[in-house]
Design a protein around this ligand. Structure first.
Ligand SMILES: Cc1cc2nc3c(=O)[nH]c(=O)nc-3n(C[C@H](O)[C@H](O)[C@H](O)COP(=O)(O)O)c2cc1C
Length: 635
């Protein structure tokens, strides 16, 4: 087994890998992260492989299976290099034609070219896709270039060069200074300056010291960390090794949720290969540094991502947070100094050491430097993983990259920061992606979840959903969070049921402020954000529920009835076919009607009615079904 016992060995190996690299005229790159695989990427890749082999084209056309390229919605997809031709939403049956025409002849397969809609312009190159045009993919771009299972790909493209530079050209203090100068702030949520955290870790007394990669990623709708770990695991590992050198740690842990099997497999393989080669273990690259890493799988509790809970979980205890200080930098795993950073934070270390703090800080705002990865989901035209420079506005992301609201809909709000974040109204999307600016607007950057909502979303119901999540995920250790989240959830339940009174809104607000101030950990402290932000920006919707017993968005079941407008119904039958309880009657091409006695108000018929017709409507319940005494104060 080859061992790299000197930085020169790494350089020699890199040079050999570059020389030996086969150089087919074209390479077909299949995107195969979890999202790609779920939509058939591996079947597509096998069909491409079979088409290449059956035509005897192995030397002329290469096949590269990579992690996710970000445009998850358009998968399974592939890119033909070097031109960068993009084809998406493919099936295995498309493979042979792509191999023949594009792979061999360099021609486009017209029928597979990307189009947003039947009448929109065709786009042939990945870089010209509206989804990618305004992104700056500094961290995620490598996902397009390497097979995450092959350390050779990573090394060939410069991998572990930053580690060699840090170990042999920089002192540990120099590495920390470089990270400080870059302005890198933690990407896991709180945005704490990474260089300062490392300094605290380095200065802390006690041995051994540990570094930990937080890959718990418990926010619903967020999958940035998964994208990096699956697609480029060595970049995270190399960042951790550099961090270990800087703080003086000898052991490391990657804490990753068990629901991410591909990420677990890829980081495990990366660790094994690095160990075999002498990039982990004793005397890394012939230096005096000894450091090794283990993987620990979390069982998927949101609170496990909180750093003190995560430490308890690695130690084999229940993932309950504890009071800080002492901070983990001083007293973490088994009471020893522990430096915990998020996946994206660790991955950012490598380019900072490689290219310098100035390069990293060349984009961003005064206090938020570099790029940030967001998972853009919900009701926009284009969804996926998006990487942008800090400082762009949320509107740039939602409109330019995400393509804005779905056809026939209007954007209403965007939830940033997942369940701990806030809902900003569409009118306020000029706010910059910047830790402080988002906090001022009543939300947070969080780890990068962005959920777009349109006119079909009820903001009271949204607050109730997120609060329900927090209440269920509360570990129960502290009373403000354990009891407060449930009390808030109870008030929200009454509001959406049309049973609340005006004073409930004041109680809700007071409870939210108390839970925010008094909870032990970030779960409780941020659980009120969805409530407070929706009360701040969408109070009218709360009032409508409480005072008029109306849900303006037509979502809250107790406050709506579904009807079909006979003047608009064409009798297409789509609503009748989708109704799960057979509450809709009508013959083809005749006006349909909903039986209110049978209707369960699931809303499937509203969704099914074509946007050009919109005959099925949700409206206020009939007057006689309203709760008596509107806006009455409880005695
Ligand atoms: C309830 C809760 C859940 C969290 N979940 C995560 C997570 O899944 N991943 C993560 O990196 N940080 C998470 N954090 C933040 C971590 O506690 C911690 O701040 C982070 O790992 C520090 O790394 P950074 O400085 O690189 O951001 C969570 C915090 C709280 C309060």
């Amino acid at each position: 087994m080859m061992r790299l016992a000197h930085p020169g060995h790494l350089e020699d190996w890199r040079a050999r890998l570059r020389e030996e690299a086969s150089s087919p005229a074209r390479t077909i790159v299949v995107t195969a992260g979890t999202c790609g695989r779920a939509s058939g990427a591996m079947e597509l890749a096998e069909a491409v492989r079979a088409a290449i082999e059956s035509r005897g084209l192995s030397g002329r056309i290469g096949l590269l299976i990579t992690g996710c390229h970000g445009y998850c919605e358009w998968e399974p997809s592939l890119v033909v290099q070097p031109e960068g031709y993009f084809y998406g939403r493919l099936g295995p049956a498309d493979a042979a034609e792509i191999v023949e025409k594009t792979g061999l002849q360099g021609r486009i397969v017209e029928r597979l070219v990307y189009k947003e809609g039947p009448r929109s312009k065709a786009v042939t190159h990945l870089a010209d896709l509206p989804f990618y045009r305004k992104q700056l993919r500094r961290l995620t771009e490598a996902n397009l270039r390497l097979d995450p299972e092959r350390i050779e790909d990573y090394v060939q493209q410069g991998g572990y060069g930053a580690l060699a530079k840090a170990f042999f050209e920089m002192s540990a203090a120099g590495v920390i200074d470089e990270i400080k100068a870059s302005g890198l702030r933690g990407r896991g949520g709180a945005g704490f300056p990474t260089g300062i955290k490392w300094q605290l870790g380095r200065d802390a007394a006690g041995r051994p010291k540990y570094v930990v990669c937080n890959a718990d990623e418990g926010d619903p709708g967020a999958y940035m960390d998964r994208g990096l770990l699956e697609g480029n695991p060595h970049s995270v590992l190399e960042g951790m090794i550099i961090g270990a050198y800087a703080v003086g740690a000898s052991e490391g842990y990657v804490y990753v949720r068990a629901e991410y099997p591909l990420a677990v497999a890829n980081i495990r393989r990366a660790i094994e290969r690095a160990r075999e080669l002498g990039l982990l273990g004793e005397n890394i690259l012939g230096s005096e540094v000894h450091f090794d890493v283990q993987v620990v799988q979390g069982a998927g509790a949101f609170v496990s991502g909180e750093e003190t809970a995560l430490i308890a979980s690695i130690e084999g205890r229940r993932p309950h947070p504890r009071q800080r200080p002492p901070y983990p930098a001083e007293s973490g795993l088994w009471g020893r100094p522990t430096t915990i950073n998020n996946v994206e934070t660790w991955a950012s270390v490598v380019p900072i050491i490689d290219r310098g703090a100035g390069w990293f800080a060349s984009v961003g705002t005064e206090k938020s430097k570099g790029t940030k990865i967001f998972s853009l989901v919900g009701r926009v035209r284009r969804t996926g993983l998006v990487e942008v420079p800090m400082g762009v506005s949320l509107r740039d992301i939602i409109d330019d990259i995400g393509g804005g609201a779905l056809p026939g809909r209007t954007l209403k709000a965007v939830q940033t920061g997942g369940p701990s974040g806030g809902c900003l109204p569409a009118a306020g999307l000029g706010v910059a992606v910047d830790f402080e600016a988002l906090a001022r607007a009543g939300s947070i950057m969080g780890s990068g979840g962005l959920i777009a909502m349109d006119d079909r979303s009820c903001m009271v119901d949204v607050a109730r959903f997120f609060l329900g999540f927090a209440a269920e995920e509360s570990c129960g250790k502290c009373a403000p969070c354990r009891i407060g989240t449930r009390l808030m959830r109870g008030i929200l339940d009454r509001i959406v049921a049309g049973l609340a009174v005006n004073s409930d809104l004041d109680r809700l607000e007071a409870l939210a402020v108390t839970v925010q101030a008094a909870s032990l950990c970030g779960l409780g402290r941020t659980s009120a954000n969805p409530v407070l932000s929706t009360l701040r920006y969408f109070r009218d919707e709360y009032r409508a529920h409480v005072e008029d017993r109306v849900c303006p968005a037509g979502v809250c079941r107790a406050l709506i009835s579904l009807t079909i407008d006979p003047a608009l119904c064409t009798g297409c039958g789509l609503c009748r076919k989708i109704c799960p309880v057979d509450a809709i009657a009508g013959r083809p091409k005749t006006v349909h009607a909903i039986d209110p006695a049978l209707c369960i108000k699931c809303g499937a018929c509203v969704e099914a009615c074509p946007p050009g017709i919109r005959a099925v409507r949700s409206g206020p319940v009939q007057a006689e079904r309203k709760a008596p005494g509107r806006g009455r104060r409880r005695s």
